[in-house]
Design a binder for this molecule. Structure first.
Ligand code: GLV
Length: 308
């Protein structure tokens, strides 16, 4: 019985250390050193290998090492193998930090100041109070809610939009497609924390941008597939949007010459907003294996119908 890990190898070495300490009876291997594939009962991956079910015939549980599971082709996964996404305090805390950094950067006009510094321009910009800045988060899952919770401390006017209804104290919550225009009309800084599914693919597009107040700002910490590149560039060039912070791209690494690299109104990071912390991720994985063995419900279990 083996646990196989297939993701960043340096972090895998840390996983190995925590496995050795906390579950010495469960052999831990790092891809591509898979050993006997029939021994693999548990597999944790970032990019799934081809033919999972045919290669690992005795697989019992499949983990995404990330919060997202859009990299899996759910139609190729046999229904008896549960897919579990990572619910790790490390992911949550780093996402809160990044989203807070990005919201504050946009709120305090950092994109303009970077441009001014480049031009050696010393010019102040009128500060807008946080209470009159409306921050809206799309996607009120664990991460979206955690980000909003932390943003409360700054006094922003907060709203959230979600496919199904949610409620949060101090946050105006909107649900479903019909409520989207009303949510957007009152959002100065839009944060995308949606899962990527067939329904949300390309949701950050021209039609959505024009529903935001003119000059609104965008933060995409979801997936590159949420955003239509040409629509964003056009919206920034025409002043429909005034700035964007992007941590994800449709093709990663972002290809040379892509317009995101050089657009003066885009701040770009290399899919680095949030990461699992090996120690807490290993705790979560072992806890989930225990639950699975005992036949208990698995938090983080992916609903294949919804796609997340
Ligand atoms: C990162 O993007 C993740 O899914 O955790």
């Amino acid at each position: 019985m083996t646990f196989l890990y297939k993701a960043n190898a340096a972090r895998g070495a840390e996983w190995a250390r925590f496995f050795a300490a906390r579950a010495p009876e469960l052999p831990f291997r790092i891809w591509p050193d898979i050993g006997d594939p029939d021994e693999v009962r548990y597999l944790a991956v970032w990019k799934p290998p081809d033919d999972i079910a045919a290669t690992f015939r005795n697989l019992e549980l499949l983990f995404s090492v990330g919060a997202g599971v859009d990299q899996f082709d759910l139609t190729q996964l046999p229904p008896h193998i549960p897919l579990v996404r990572m619910i790790d305090p490390g992911i949550r805390e780093s996402m809160i930090e990044y989203a807070t950094m990005a919201v504050l950067a946009l709120h305090r006009d950092l994109v303009d100041f970077i441009a001014q510094q480049r031009e050696q321009v010393w010019r102040e910009i009128q500060i807008v109070s946080a209470s009159s800045r409306r921050v809206g988060v799309m996607g009120l899952g664990l991460l979206g809610q955690a980000v909003l919770q932390r943003l409360k401390a700054f006094g922003f006017t907060l709203a959230g939009w979600n496919r199904s209804p949610r409620s949060m104290t101090g946050v105006t919550c909107y649900a479903g497609e019909r409520a989207l225009p009303e949510f957007l009309a009152q959002t100065d800084i839009l944060v995308c924390l949606l899962p990527l599914t067939a329904e949300t693919h390309g949701i950050l597009n021209r039609d959505l941008f024009v529903r935001l107040p003119r000059g609104a700002k965008l933060i995409n910490v979801g997936r590159g597939g949420h955003l239509v590149t040409d629509d964003l560039i056009d919206a920034l060039d025409r002043g429909v949007l005034s700035a964007a912070v992007l941590d994800v791209a449709e093709a990663e690494p972002l290809p040379a010459g892509h317009p995101f690299w050089s657009h003066p109104r885009i701040l770009l990071t290399p899919h680095n907003a949030s990461m699992t912390i090996p120690e807490s991720a290993v705790d979560y994985v072992l806890e989930t294996i225990g639950r699975h063995r005992r036949g208990e419900a698995l938090p983080g279990l992916v609903d294949r119908e919804r796609g997340y």
